[in-house]
Design a protein around this ligand. Sequence first.
Ligand SMILES: Cc1cc2nc3c(=O)[nH]c(=O)nc-3n(C[C@H](O)[C@H](O)[C@H](O)COP(=O)(O)OP(=O)(O)OC[C@H]3O[C@@H](n4cnc5c(N)ncnc54)[C@H](O)[C@@H]3O)c2cc1C
Length: 443
Amino acid sequence: MAASVLAGLAGAAGPAFASRDPLPWRNWSGGQVAYPAGRFAPDSEAALVDWLRAGSGPVRPVGAGHSFTALVPTDGHLLVLDKLSGLLGHDPATLRATFGAGTRLSDMGAPLERVGQASFILPDIDRQTLAGAISTGTHGTGLTLHSLSGYATRLRLVTARGEVIDLSEDADPDRFRAACVSLGALGIITRIEMQNRAPYRLRVRNWAQRIDEVLEDFEASARAHRHFEMFPLTHSDYALVLAIDETDAPVNHPPPSPEEAAAFDAAMRKWLEVPPGERRPLINGMAEQIEPTEAVDVSYRILSNVRNNRFNEMEYAVPREDGARCLREILATIAERKIDVVFPLEYRYVKGDDLWLSMDEGGDRAAISVHRSAAFDYRPLFDAVEPIFWKYGGRPHWGKLHTLGAAELSRLYPRFDDFRALRAELDPEGRLLNDHLRSLFGT
Ligand SMILES: Cc1cc2nc3c(=O)[nH]c(=O)nc-3n(C[C@H](O)[C@H](O)[C@H](O)COP(=O)(O)OP(=O)(O)OC[C@H]3O[C@@H](n4cnc5c(N)ncnc54)[C@H](O)[C@@H]3O)c2cc1C
């Protein structure tokens, strides 16, 4: 075992590396585990192409392993793109920049700032790889802001047979729109060009407010702020609210207080000691004590957070106009059924796009997430909530837990069958499929 671990470490630093031992792989939450036959970490696109052309077994590309669904597990080979990372080029005229696929989102902000650019958005955390994030339609918050996939302008795909394809809106709009959210099912993405903007500073404000009040004004608030979202506290009348806007104010960003985070964790543990039906006064009382906070910093230091508590998550994107009703029904169901959960929900808007498998395809969506600590069984909560999402025409986040298969998904996505046909054309042997993708695509 020690030898395998050392071999793995060597792979992280040395040239193109292939391991043969079944080192276990697990995702961020620990809910997905696999024993791949090996790992291949190419140090160049050419090495990747040669490796794919020389082999024939199943492969799955992996990013940072932050998806909750079984997109990555394989008993074939894992393809690790960590060495194809970093800023590869930029254009000061168009404010576009190209990154290696394995670049962590957290490693993009500073290099972009040095060349006079900044990302339009980032998700709640920034440990994901760029390719992994766009492959599932990862998004942030904002009525005027797309998911990260919506800012991709060009990408390079290496098919399972080792063919290299450059895709862009201009050159091949259909295949480009399919590849922008493609779950690692069309090929291996090696580089991505993103549309950026000039660097900017943001002011974030957090406070606690009654859920009914926030929902009543949500449309106006979402229009008034660049980013506006809330984290409703289950079994309570309150939500934590977050508004972010551009500012010229000087940087003033106190480091996150470990004491405050520990106090919130301790409070959540205390709530768990009280039966769910009796928690409301306790949680309301705590929410009423929460002091508003404020911080100003460059955009990429404000938009993402650090999440140390491991959890599992289900998220669906429902049409924006149905978001508030759907959220209210979920909160009422959790309360009526006394479901034992203390993790806050998350409620945010994402701007619509025209990418084939984007959750936001065809119009703006409200993304609603429910979380359950990784220490507990998520099924009682997720099983109760998922049918409510279906009622409102929700589309599941590809990276977050859901139970839908090809039959339901083909009704939710107008271009689903086109995607399936393109997948079969680019990977006729199905090398990139695993059990989860087979169930998603009905292959
Ligand atoms: C704590 C936490 C917070 C999160 N917050 C948000 C959020 O705010 N908003 C949101 O939308 N999502 C969020 N997510 C979900 C997460 O952003 C997505 O699941 C994302 O896909 C994970 O990226 P990754 O690099 O870990 O990719 P992985 O999970 O490793 O892989 C995701 C998919 O990308 C494919 N892939 C990876 N690399 C390549 C490549 N080079 N070529 C082709 N395919 C590839 C994989 O095969 C897989 O299908 C969060 C997840 C966690 C754990």
